[in-house]
Ligand binder design. Structure first.
Ligand SMILES: C[S@@+](CC[C@H](N)C(=O)[O-])C[C@H]1O[C@@H](n2cnc3c(N)ncnc32)[C@H](O)[C@@H]1O
Length: 208
C-alpha cells in the first residue's frame, strides 16, 4: 500500500480548489470515484487496513458485512467476501466501476477471487447472516444489524457514533478487547481485555 498518498485534508490552494470544483464538498461529495477514495481514505485512514489484516489472519471469517460503509473498500483488501451497504445515492456505480475493482485486485492480500456485494438500502432492513460486522462511524449498527451477525460472529466497532457504547451495554455481545496503534499508526496491537474500554479506537466483540 502506498503510504505517501496525499490526504484531501492536506490539500491547499489550487489543488483544493480543483478538488472542490470536482466533488463539491469533502464530507458530502456530489459524486464519488476511485480518486476520491484515495484522497479521502488512503491519505488519512489507511491504518484501518492493519486492523482488517489482523482480523483476517487471526479469525475464521468468511462473509463480512459493512453497514454504512460509504465507499470504504479497504476491507476487501483482506476479506474475500464483503457486502457493502449504504444509502448514499449511486453507491452502486462506485462499486461496479472497473477502476475500483482493478484497484482492489492490485492491493489484495489473498489469491482467491474477490466477491463484492453492494446494496443501496438502509442497513435496518438487511437479510442474511455474516461472520463479521464492521461498525465504523455509521450509527447504531450493533443494534440494527444484530440479527445479521451469526452467533459466535464478530463485531468490530468504533465509538465515532457511540456504537461501541451500545455494544458494551448489550448482553448479547461479549467484549474481547481493543486495537491500539503505535504513535506512527503503522503498527497495531490487539489488547485482550475483559473490562470496559471506551475510546474512538476499534473494539472487538463476539456475539453470544
Ligand atoms: C460518516 S460515514 C462513515 C463511512 C465509513 N463507515 C467510515 O467509517 O469511513 C456514515 C455513512 O453511514 C451511512 N448511513 C447512515 N445511516 C445509514 C443507514 N440506516 N443505512 C445505510 N447507510 C447509512 C451514511 O450514508 C454515510 O455514508
Amino acid at each position: 500500500m502506498n503510504h505517501k498518498i496525499l490526504s484531501v485534508f492536506d490539500l491547499e490552494g489550487k489543488d483544493l480548489e480543483k478538488f472542490l470544483e470536482k466533488y463539491g464538498d469533502i464530507f458530502e461529495p456530489k459524486y464519488v470515484d476511485l480518486e476520491y477514495y484515495k484522497l479521502y481514505y488512503l491519505g488519512k485512514f489507511d491504518h484501518d487496513r492493519l486492523i482488517f489484516e489482523y482480523m483476517a489472519q487471526t479469525y475464521e471469517i468468511d462473509k463480512v458485512l459493512y453497514p454504512g460503509s460509504f465507499i470504504h473498500i479497504t476491507p476487501s483488501f483482506d476479506f474475500e467476501n464483503v457486502t457493502y451497504v449504504d444509502i448514499y445515492p449511486n453507491i452502486e456505480d462506485f462499486f461496479s466501476d472497473e477502476d475500483v475493482l482493478k484497484y482492489i485486485e492490485l492491493h489484495k492480500n489473498y489469491q482467491s477471487p474477490t466477491t463484492i456485494c453492494y446494496k443501496e438500502i438502509s442497513y435496518v432492513n438487511l437479510e442474511g447472516q455474516y461472520d463479521l460486522i464492521i461498525s465504523s462511524n455509521a450509527g447504531s449498527v450493533s443494534i440494527d444489524c444484530k440479527k445479521n451477525l451469526k452467533n459466535g460472529g464478530y463485531l468490530l466497532v468504533n465509538n465515532g457514533h457511540s456504537d461501541a457504547d451500545n455494544a458494551f451495554a448489550d448482553d448479547a455481545y461479549e467484549y474481547l478487547g481493543y486495537f491500539k496503534f503505535n504513535i506512527n499508526k503503522d503498527h497495531v496491537q490487539f489488547i485482550l481485555d475483559n473490562t470496559s474500554y471506551k475510546s474512538s479506537d476499534f473494539c472487538l466483540f463476539r456475539k453470544l
